[in-house]
Ligand binder design. Structure first.
Ligand code: FES
Length: 157
């Protein structure tokens, strides 16, 4: 009976979302990379939350999937392994330490350069983790490297 055959059935996924993996697996591995519409995306599980961003650093394309996560002023940041740029997991903002030379005794303060790295929306559904396709009507600095490494088969250093 062909009608009841289960061969070739596709698991229903929430509308338009890209399946990244099982929630439990990513909680264990704490990070995973995936292709989302051809671009390298890294999903982190950090302090109880999932975060997804372009995997290639907005500066020169460094592999953020290999970076360490650091807390800067209460914000979790990925530190790019190439030149140590810091990017907030939550918003994709580039942070830099600047001083105001007009202050009597200037001390470096962390400041934001604005959103540089494209963040991707994460959805958890039924034990699966999904990422939404990027909204390309808005652009970010990291898009340049996402395009450059698009469809490259390997995850090179
Ligand atoms: Fe990431 Fe330079 S490539 S800091």
């Amino acid at each position: 009976d062909l009608c009841s055959s289960s061969t070739g059935t596709v698991e229903m996924e929430p509308d338009g979302l890209i399946l990244i993996g099982k929630e439990d697996d990513i909680k264990k591995s704490r990070r995973v990379t995936a292709k989302v519409n051809g671009r390298e995306v890294v999903v982190f599980y950090h302090e109880g939350k999932f975060h997804a961003m372009d995997s290639r650093c907005y500066h020169e394309g460094g592999p953020l999937r290999l970076g360490e996560i650091e807390d800067i002023n209460g914000q979790a940041c990925i530190v790019c392994p190439w030149h140590k740029y810091k990017i907030t997991l939550e918003t994709g903002e580039g942070l830099y330490e600047g001083i105001n030379p007009l202050e009597p005794s200037p001390t470096p303060q962390w400041q934001s350069k604005g959103v540089k790295q494209r963040i991707h929306k994460v959805t958890i559904d039924n034990g699966n983790v999904y990422v939404s396709p990027p909204d390309l009507s808005v652009s970010f600095d990291s898009d340049y490297f996402a395009d450059k490494y698009k469809n490259s088969g390997d995850l090179a250093m």
